[in-house]
Design a protein around this ligand. Structure first.
Ligand SMILES: [Zn+2]
Length: 74
């Protein structure tokens, strides 16, 4: 298994993130701020902007170090 690289910016890996408030698991790239709600959708076109998605849910658009422990492997 190797870490999945963001298909959009190719500058960082994709990380899993669990949104506690809405119980949604999302996949995001901290480099280009892309976010996908389904693992199968990761790719073109670019995912949602994570800030917008988090704001829509009333969540602070920040993440902690925990994110970086949940790298997505393909
Ligand atoms: Zn990216």
């Amino acid at each position: 298994m190797k870490p999945k690289i963001c298909p959009f910016c190719e500058q960082d890996y994709i990380y899993r993130y669990f949104i506690e408030k809405t119980k949604e698991e999302v996949f995001l790239c901290p480099e280009c701020d892309s976010l996908w709600f389904n693992q199968k959708d990761i790719g073109s076109p670019r995912g949602s902007n994570y800030e917008d998605a988090f704001n829509e849910r009333g969540i602070e658009p920040t993440w902690d170090d925990e994110l970086y422990q949940n790298i997505l492997y393909e």
